[in-house]
Design a binder for this molecule. Structure first.
Ligand SMILES: Nc1ncnc2c1ncn2[C@@H]1O[C@H](COP(=O)(O)O)[C@@H](O)[C@H]1OP(=O)(O)O
Ligand SMILES: [Mg+2]
Ligand SMILES: [Mg+2]
Ligand SMILES: [Mg+2]
Length: 359
């Protein structure tokens, strides 16, 4: 490799291809999703044929791109339920979707697709190189025809060095108001022409943050987070689901730093994409006490925001630890992501003050 070649270019190419293919699969499923195509997991969160299919497509693409290297993939889903007799019909449907998406001359069999899904069982860790995948982040948004994201990252030595986000329902350009985002997502009906192809974000550590459309073959443009200290007009984002984040608390923190607009609520790491491209300046996610954050819910978004000039930490301002395995161990209070860094620091102070008042 010539000395001038930027790092991780092969990995970036494979990751962007994997996310593009998986996003295509998700998009084809979202508007026609039938009740037999999703079910609830033991933690009461939904999983659909598209979550499983996207995970298989990404695992297949990474294995093909790096055939000589054992794949370490930390991914959300597993095929346990699909291997039961009661899961056979769903596995057949997933296999058809995966074959349709990959367009291989020799089609994959259901058992191979189940094995690809189970390739995501890596425990991760502080040494080596680990891919990290949320095949659909914001599955409730996916089922509800709102925002969702396909999120793929690379963890090396405890930090995220590469991240790719596919956001099929996120318009490539503003406006990003609540009504327009919800309408845009809901309007992406198979019978209606979508306004654009959605967004493919990527970042590599030290190489900036970038975006292009998801249609394939497009040239990425560099993006950056907000650089001006924001006042009352700042756009603050939080989870669409109140059970995923304490809206009362995040509203208080946003108000404490001067935000006067109501929260922009949307599902998934699409929020990190909006922060990285400067359409919003704050993302606050404060789940119920005891909820353990998973690495796949933040890895790709974290490197994207950092490379765009923003900051991300837990509520005490401490960096997220991506080397502890499948969970963000040690994380306290939730997540504060913001730009510019001075606004992030103000939010951490506001949290500390709010926690002191509540104690
Ligand atoms: N009880 C919960 N509290 C917080 N987050 C949750 C909970 N259940 C699922 N999630 C995850 O929250 C994330 C969505 O966050 P947000 O609401 O901020 O968009 C998703 O990763 C979702 O998982 P999943 O990937 O299965 O959809
Ligand atoms: Mg899930
Ligand atoms: Mg998720
Ligand atoms: Mg998911």
């Amino acid at each position: 490799m010539p000395a001038t070649m930027p790092a991780l270019q092969e990995e970036l190419k494979a990751a962007r291809q994997a996310v593009t293919l998986a996003s295509r699969l998700c998009r084809s499923v979202q508007m026609t999703l039938g009740s037999a195509e999703h079910q609830d997991k033991p933690d009461d969160s939904p999983v659909t044929v598209a979550d499983y299919g996207a995970q298989a497509v990404v695992a297949w693409t990474l294995k093909e791109a790096f055939p000589g290297t054992p794949l370490s993939l930390i991914a959300e889903e597993d095929a346990d339920d699909l291997r039961l007799p009661s899961g056979a019909a769903m596995l057949d449907r997933i296999t058809a979707l995966v074959n349709e998406t990959l367009g291989l001359a020799r089609q994959l069999a259901p058992a191979q697709v189940a094995d690809l899904i189970d390739a995501g069982g890596s425990p991760g860790g502080r040494t080596g190189r680990h891919w990290v995948l949320d095949p659909i982040d914001g599955t409730r948004g996916f089922v509800g025809r709102r925002q969702y994201a396909v999120c793929l990252g690379l963890i090396e030595g405890e930090e995220v060095t590469l991240g790719v986000l596919g956001c099929p329902n996120l318009p490539q350009a503003a406006p990003v108001g609540q009504a327009s985002l919800d309408a845009e997502a809901a309007g992406r009906d198979a019978r209606l022409a979508p306004r654009d192809s959605g967004c493919l974000f990527h970042a590599v550590k030290g190489q900036g943050a970038w975006v292009c459309g998801l249609a394939g073959g497009e040239v990425p443009a560099r993006i950056s987070a907000q650089t001006d200290p924001e006042g009352s007009a700042a756009v603050y984002m939080t989870s669409w689901e109140s059970r995923h984040s304490n809206h009362d608390l995040t509203d208080r923190l946003a108000a404490a730093v001067g935000v006067s607009r109501p929260a922009l609520k949307l599902d998934s790491q699409a929020k990190y994409g909006l922060l990285a491209r400067g359409d919003a300046s704050i993302f606050l996610r404060m789940p119920a006490p005891g909820y353990k954050e998973k690495v796949w819910d933040h890895a790709a978004g974290a490197v994207l925001v950092t490379e765009a000039g923003g900051c991300i930490s837990d509520c005490h301002g401490r960096p997220l630890d991506f080397g502890a395995g499948r969970f963000l161990e040690g994380l306290q209070g939730g997540i504060i992501a913001a730009a510019p860094p001075t606004l992030h620091a103000a939010l951490v102070r506001a949290y500390t003050e709010a926690a002191a008042v509540d104690a």
